[in-house]
Design a protein around this ligand. Structure first.
Ligand code: COA
Length: 189
């Protein structure tokens, strides 16, 4: 039963099963928990322990940065916060930026949420922000992420050979991008 005292959710972007809302400092413990999980860390740049203070400051500083848009991923069913997404290193003159995503709870991965979130963010980038290009970097070992990005239409444009060191070995970084004309060609087909 809905609590009449509870605040209505802030829905910034809405999909079938998830919505995206602003990240709040009160989310910081969940972010710390997820970004400490080796299953997530091995696919992200983060490798150092994150203190409460660091995470709170990161959330606060990101909210006011003009080159970054971050959003929390929430399940419509139960308003459960399950991850984070964002567009970073935005260059407004060049109308481009770099996409990122993670789904935190292990049982929430491989349920189609990552694909849904990626589609929402791609649409936001091209249909709201008027981007010309959205890119991303992933690791050659991250087959699940590669599947999501290729499903949504990202094109592999390059490889940075052995650019990251993960769990004792060097791994290739893959660069993907999607251009506005490619996005609109598919949406208008
Ligand atoms: C990568 C991530 C965002 C994807 O989100 P998700 O909700 O798990 O992904 P989805 O369920 O939407 O889609 C996963 C796809 O990968 C496929 N897949 C799963 N395991 C796979 C594997 N080992 N090899 C290839 N494909 C695989 C699934 O079948 C599914 O494809 P389908 O929709 O055609 O069936 C999520 O798994 C995650 O947060 N991982 C840890 C952090 C991370 O890697 N972030 C991205 C950094 S670039």
């Amino acid at each position: 039963m809905t609590n009449p005292e509870s605040k209505p959710p802030i829905v910034f972007l809405s999909g079938d099963r998830v919505y995206l809302r602003p990240v709040e400092v009160s989310d910081s413990d969940r972010y710390r928990q997820w970004l400490s999980d080796p299953e997530i860390r091995r696919y992200m740049r983060s490798f150092q322990p994150i203190t409460d203070k660091m995470e709170r400051e990161y959330i606060e500083s990101t909210a006011s940065r003009p080159d970054t848009i971050t959003l929390a991923v929430v399940l419509k069913d139960g308003d459960r916060h399950i991850g984070g997404t964002g567009i970073h290193e935005i260059r407004w003159k060049d109308r481009c930026g770099t996409f990122g995503i993670f789904i935190g709870p292990p049982e929430c991965r491989k349920q189609g949420y990552g694909t849904e979130v990626t589609r929402l963010m791609v649409r936001y980038a091209f249909e709201t922000l008027n981007f010309n290009r959205l890119d991303l970097v992933t690791y050659a070992t991250n087959a699940r992420a590669i599947k999501v990005y290729e499903t949504v239409g990202f094109v592999r444009e390059g490889v940075r050979r052995e650019n990251v060191f993960i769990e004792g070995r060097y791994v290739d970084e893959l660069i993907y991008s999607l251009l506005a004309r490619e996005y609109f060609k598919h949406t208008q087909a």
